[in-house]
Ligand binder design. Structure first.
Ligand code: 5AD
Ligand code: SF4
Length: 454
C-alpha cells in the first residue's frame, strides 16, 4: 500500500478531477490520506484564476520541498506532482521555479499519470504532460469511482470558447467539449447505486453543454437534465457554472418542470455596467441578464440566485461600479461571490490601460460585499420557520449532529440526526446563523429516524 495526498485548490471541477485522479491511482496501490507528512505521492491540483491562487501553490511547493528532502534522507522518498490549471498555464516553468517537482500534468492529461509515474520509476528525472491530447480523458478514466457521501459532482462539459477578456480558463482548460449523454448517465447510475442522492453537473460553461444524445443528435443541458432525472435513486440535480448567453428556452423550462432540479441558480454576471460588460467581452447586456432572471423566476418562482462579480476591472468608473450595485439591488441575490480584478498574464485585459489602483478595488469590494451580505442574511432569515427537505451529507461538529443542504444550497445543521446521514429529511428551520441554518427535525422526520434506528 502506498499513500496518496491530493491538495485541491480552485473550483469544483478541480474537486472532481482530484477524486478521479485518486480513482486512477487506486489500482497502482495508492490509498488517499489527508496529510502530506507520510504520503508517498503528493499532488497539488492547482488553480490559476487569480494571482493569489497561483501564489498559494508556489508557497505550498516551498514547504513541500523541505518535506521531500527530509523524506529522501530517511530513504522513504516522496513523489511531488503539480496538476491542474497552474500546471497547464506554466508547464516547464514550474520545474524551473521549484526543482523539487517531479511531475507536471495539465487538466486534460491526468489520465496519463500512471504512465508518468512509470517513467519516473524507470529513471526519468521529470515527467511533463500539458498538451491537449487527442485521446479523450473521460474514455480513459476507470469506471470504478470512490464516493464521499450522498452528494457528488460529475463533470459533463469542459473548456470555454467565450474568451472573456479577464479570464485564463480558455487557455488552461481549452476549447468547449461535452461528454456524450449516455456516458454521463452511466456514471450517474453507478453513483446512485452507491447511495448518491444529489448530483451537481459541472462545467466551466455547463449550460453550453452540447453532448451527443442516444439518438445521435446534439442534446442541450435541459435535455440532459431530463434524462438524468429518470435515474432511480437520484433525487436532486444541480448544475454550475452557467453563462447568461447559454440560458436557452429549454433549460429555463426545465427549472419549471423537472421537480428534481433544485431551485438554485449560479448565474455570474460579473458587472452591472454595459460599458464594462462590453469591455469584458461577455456578449450580453445588463438588460439581457435581467430578462433571463425574470424568465427563470417565472418558470420557478422560488428560485434562489447566485452570481460572481469582479470589481476594479480596467477602466471601471465610479458610475460603472454604481451600476453593479444597482443591478444587485434589482436582482436580490441569495448569495454571491465577489473578487477584485486580478490581471492574468496573456489575457487581453491584463494589457489594458487604466488599471484600477488596489485601494479603489478594496473599497469597492467592501461596498459590494456589504450589500451582498445583507441580501444573504435577509434571505437566510426569510427561511426561519419554514420546513425544508434537507439531504444530510456529513456528521456535524457536535456528537449526534448532522449537516446537510437545503434545496437552496444553504448548509443546515441539526442535532440528534446522525442516524439520518445520506437521507433527505424534512427539517424546520429554527434560526439563521451567519453562515448556515440551524434546524430541528420536523415531526415526519422523527418517524423516519425511528425507522432508521430499528
Ligand atoms: N480576476 C478576478 N476575478 C476573476 N474571475 C475570473 N477571472 C478573474 C480575474 N482575472 C472570477 C469571475 C469568475 C470566477 C470563477 O472568478 O468572477 O466567474
Ligand atoms: Fe481555477 Fe478556473 Fe482552473 Fe477551476 S478552471 S481551477 S477556477 S483556473
Amino acid at each position: 500500500m502506498k499513500k496518496l495526498y491530493i491538495k485541491t485548490y480552485g473550483c469544483q471541477m478541480n474537486v472532481y478531477d482530484s477524486a478521479r485522479m485518486a480513482d486512477l491511482l487506486a489500482p497502482l496501490g495508492y490509498v488517499p490520506v489527508d496529510e502530506a507528512e507520510s504520503a508517498d505521492m503528493v499532488i497539488l491540483n492547482t488553480c490559476h484564476i487569480r494571482e493569489k491562487a497561483t501564489e498559494k501553490v508556489y508557497s505550498e511547493l516551498g514547504k513541500l520541498k523541505h518535506l521531500k528532502s527530509r523524506r529522501a534522507e530517511a530513504e522513504t522518498p516522496m513523489l511531488l506532482a503539480v496538476a491542474g490549471c497552474v500546471a497547464q498555464a506554466e508547464g516547464a516553468e514550474i520545474l524551473a521555479r521549484q526543482p523539487a517537482v517531479d511531475m507536471v500534468v495539465g487538466p486534460q492529461s491526468y489520465h496519463r499519470l500512471p504512465e508518468m509515474i512509470a517513467r519516473i520509476a524507470r529513471g526519468a528525472s521529470v515527467a511533463l504532460e500539458t498538451d491537449f491530447p487527442t485521446e479523450e480523458k473521460f474514455d480513459r478514466l476507470p469506471e470504478e469511482q470512490a464516493t464521499d457521501g450522498p452528494a457528488a459532482f460529475v463533470t459533463v462539459q469542459e473548456g470555454c470558447d467565450k474568451f472573456c477578456t479577464f479570464c485564463v480558463v480558455p487557455y488552461t482548460r481549452g476549447a468547449e467539449f461535452s461528454r456524450p449523454v449516455e456516458q454521463i448517465a452511466g456514471e450517474v447510475t453507478r453513483l446512485s447505486k452507491k447511495g448518491v442522492r444529489e448530483i451537481t453537473l459541472l462545467g466551466q460553461n455547463v449550460n453550453a453543454y452540447r453532448g451527443e444524445g442516444p439518438d445521435g443528435k446534439e442534446w442541450g443541458l435541459g435535455q440532459l437534465i431530463r434524462r438524468l432525472a429518470l435515474i432511480k435513486g437520484v433525487e436532486r440535480l444541480r448544475y454550475t457554472t452557467s453563462h447568461p448567453r447559454d440560458m436557452d428556452d429549454d433549460l429555463i423550462a426545465a427549472h419549471g418542470d423537472v421537480a428534481k432540479l433544485m431551485p438554485f441558480l449560479h448565474l455570474p454576471v460579473q458587472s452591472g455596467s454595459d460599458r464594462v460588460l462590453k469591455e469584458m467581452n461577455r456578449g450580453h447586456s445588463r438588460e439581457d441578464y435581467l430578462k433571463i432572471v425574470e424568465r427563470v423566476r417565472v418558470a420557478r418562482p422560488d428560485i434562489a440566485l447566485s452570481s460572481d462579480f469582479i470589481v476594479g476591472f480596467p477602466g471601471e468608473s465610479d458610475a460603472d461600479f454604481e451600476a453593479t450595485l444597482a443591478l444587485v439591488r434589482e436582482v436580490n441575490y441569495a448569495q454571491a461571490f465577489s473578487f477584485k480584478y486580478s490581471a492574468r498574464p496573456g489575457t487581453p485585459a491584463a494589457a489594458a490601460a487604466r488599471q484600477i489602483p488596489d485601494a479603489v478595488k478594496t473599497e469597492r469590494l467592501y461596498a459590494l460585499q456589504a450589500l451582498l451580505n445583507r441580501q444573504n442574511q435577509a434571505f437566510n432569515q426569510s427561511c426561519e420557520g419554514r420546513v425544508f427537505d434537507v439531504l444530510f451529507e456529513k456528521p456535524g461538529r457536535k456528537p449526534g449532529q448532522a449537516v446537510g443542504r437545503s434545496p437552496y444550497l444553504q448548509p443546515v445543521h441539526v442535532n440528534d440526526a446522525s442516524a439520518l446521514l445520506g437521507e433527505i429529511v424534512q427539517v424546520k428551520i429554527a434560526a439563521a446563523l451567519p453562515n448556515s441554518l440551524k434546524g430541528v427535525l420536523a415531526p415526519a422526520a422523527r418517524l423516519q429516524q425511528r425507522a432508521a434506528a430499528h
